[in-house]
Design a protein around this ligand. Structure first.
Ligand code: SAM
Length: 212
């Protein structure tokens, strides 16, 4: 279902917009985004739109998911920590690329719904936990990659600590309304920071994030 629309999305919003990572393109050609939104909105799932998923949250734009996935620079086989499971779409794309995903979500209903969907669709390499992602998920650290899908006022220390040597983190950092997609790499114990272009994400709420 929706194969033609999905293919059009990949061509128009990924390839034509400069996404070149073949693993990201292949994954987004496969993952059924319409299953990660309410059935009433399924027909809009392949437009470049963020859509409401309940509890005041959204599924990110396909262009954002593609850009962040590409910025992670994955080869396959990495261990990835995701903060903000939301609908589960981003985690499914990463799982399809061939990595093990540890995903944290602060809203229990969203975490449970995503887990049910992963079980139904067969995304068995995603572990979901309810919790505050600003303190990370120490039990499985260190992570080769960390992706934060909500806007943070700064880079949480715990996430820096949980990033593996030669690891890479992608996180939107800035004000509540506008952020810069920030890329942090860790090499021989040192962190290097690189910024991508300005974007807008929903806020990261937690101990080391924004207050509600
Ligand atoms: N990756 C998601 C997707 O594909 O649908 C994007 C979801 S949305 C843009 C960001 C999510 O981050 C929301 O579901 C929100 O509840 C969650 N979030 C915000 N602050 C959080 C925190 N401190 N820990 C875990 N999740 C958080």
């Amino acid at each position: 279902m929706y194969e033609r629309q999905r293919e059009e999305m990949v061509q128009k919003y990924l390839i034509d917009k400069g996404i070149s990572d073949s693993k990201v393109i292949a994954a987004m050609r496969k993952v059924p985004r319409h299953r990660f939104v309410d059935t009433a909105m399924a027909h809009q799932a392949y437009q470049d739109k963020s859509l409401p998923i309940g509890f005041g949250q959204t599924i990110s734009h396909p262009t954002t998911v593609a850009a962040m996935s590409q910025l992670l620079s994955l080869s396959g086989g990495e261990r990835v920590l995701e903060i903000g499971t939301g609908s589960g779409y981003q985690a499914a794309v990463l799982s399809d690329i061939g990595v093990k995903v540890y995903s944290l979500e602060r809203i229990p209903e969203l975490a449970r719904r995503a887990q049910r969907l992963f079980d139904e669709l067969g995304y068995y390499t995603i572990a979901v936990q309810i919790g505050d992602g600003t303190v990370g998920w120490n039990a499985h650290a260190p992570y080769d990659r960390i992706i934060v899908t909500a806007a943070s006022p700064d880079i949480p220390d715990a996430l820096l600590k949980q990033l593996a040597e030669n690891g890479r983190m992608v996180i939107p950092v800035g004000e509540k309304t506008e952020q810069k997609l920030t890329i942090i790499t860790r090499e021989t114990g040192e962190y290097h920071i690189l910024e991508d272009y300005t974007r807008s994400f929903v806020p990261l709420i937690g101990k080391k994030g924004w207050t509600e």
